[in-house]
Design a protein around this ligand. Structure first.
Ligand SMILES: NC(=O)c1ccc[n+]([C@@H]2O[C@H](COP(=O)([O-])OP(=O)(O)OC[C@H]3O[C@@H](n4cnc5c(N)ncnc54)[C@H](OP(=O)(O)O)[C@@H]3O)[C@@H](O)[C@H]2O)c1
Length: 342
């Protein structure tokens, strides 16, 4: 019975993992709690009456036990440089789909590079960055592109009212920074390009009522991997509102605090995707509350669609490639407002 299928959550007691567990319950799945700290897992299991299965990335047998009897795994344990490959390997051994919320450009790119062929050959499904960064931008880009398979320009602009990063976000930023030797990365000339140029301060005109905002350009997020994975685009331009960049870079910005009964913070987001081809412009936007909380319905909706065969391909695929993007975004109407501006 679909409604009682067990779905493993690796990193279940993290900030995002907890939203994922709550969303799975809401959707009628049985979350199986996994992660490396048995004590934190037990505490979560005790309060939720769910099963806890401790596992570590360097112990394949523990991951096999964690995934045993489950129909899918959602990996919410980041930095993903350490967890992605071992959990994908375990999912492939178990013969179940794998979905993660990684926002680490190199980890996202590694997933395509290292598992693309094997996953396709096995008929397995692996969806990286099925989250606010990576997945949502890609779904919006796919809707905006419509019947285009290529575009001259792709712009992804983020307006966050604030950004109170979790410990996991900060740790992932540090790991990514170290992996690229402190250099910056962007998608240009048809590939990921490393550079040392300063990020430009620009203005971006978001749809009203947000309007013109100061943004930092070339603020590359996981979209630089997901969107070019299935569209022919020479360059991807990304922008983040300057206040949010300031929050993220300040060492003393507090972690997100719950502001409503679902545990969401009062942070609001607007993601604005503009694509241009041959002088024609298309645009799709989504807005909502709390970038960590929205990641849960994105990841769980992905799992629900994979399990019911509402997919367009197998192997490693981003959200926009594997799902019907407009239908997917429409299904999240309880969680976000989505608009296509033609
Ligand atoms: N793409 C997006 O839009 C998006 C959205 C949300 C989150 N994320 C990413 O998801 C990750 C988690 O974020 P969060 O907000 O949930 O942070 P968090 O509250 O700090 O939780 C991090 C979780 O990952 C676990 N973890 C870290 N390293 C691990 C390892 N080597 N092995 C096993 N577990 C490990 C932590 O366990 P311990 O407590 O035992 O260390 C904890 O459960 C971050 O990388 C973040 O960037 C991305």
């Amino acid at each position: 019975m679909e409604s009682r299928q067990a779905v493993a959550v690796f990193g279940a007691y993290g900030h995002t993992g907890r939203f994922v567990v709550a969303e799975l319950l809401e959707r009628g799945f049985v979350p199986v709690l996994s992660g490396r700290d048995a004590g934190k897992l037990e505490a979560l299991a005790a309060s939720s009456e769910l099963e806890a299965r401790p596992a570590t990335a360097d112990d394949p047998a523990s991951l096999d036990r964690a995934l045993s009897g489950t129909v899918a795994v959602i990996n919410a344990a980041g930095p993903f440089a350490a967890t992605t490959a071992p959990v994908i390997e375990a999912a492939l051994r178990a013969g179940i789909p794998y979905v993660d919320v990684a926002a680490e450009i190199e980890a996202n790119a590694d997933t395509f590079a290292h598992f693309g062929e094997r996953a396709r050959a096995a008929g397995a499904v692996v969806v990286p960055a099925m989250a606010f960064f990576g997945g949502l931008g890609d779904l919006l880009a796919t809707v905006a592109m419509g019947d285009w398979t290529s575009a001259d320009e792709v712009h992804v602009a983020y307006a966050l009212s604030s950004w109170h990063p979790t410990a996991g976000t900060r740790a992932s930023g540090t790991v990514s920074h170290d992996r690229r030797d402190g250099r910056r990365v962007r998608f240009a000339n048809g590939k990921l390009e490393y550079h040392d140029e300063a990020l430009p301060s620009l203005k971006w005109t978001f749809p009203e009522p947000t309007g013109v905002r100061s943004v930092i350009g070339e603020f590359s997020m996981a979209d630089v991997v997901t969107i070019p994975s299935h569209f022919a685009v020479p360059r991807l331009h990304s922008y983040m509102t300057a206040e949010a960049v300031g929050d993220l870079s300040a060492p003393d910005t507090p972690e997100p605090a719950a502001a409503d009964e679902r545990g969401r913070s009062d942070q609001t987001f607007l993601v604005d995707v503009v694509v241009r081809s041959g002088g024609t412009e298309r645009r799709a936007t989504a807005s909502g509350q709390d970038i960590y909380a929205i990641t849960a319905p994105l990841a769980v909706e992905a799992v629900a669609r994979i399990l019911t065969g509402r997919t367009r391909t197998t192997g490693v695929a981003s959200a926009g490639e594997i799902f019907d993007a407009a239908d997917f975004l429409g299904a999240l109407s309880e969680h976000l407002t989505f608009e296509l501006h033609q």
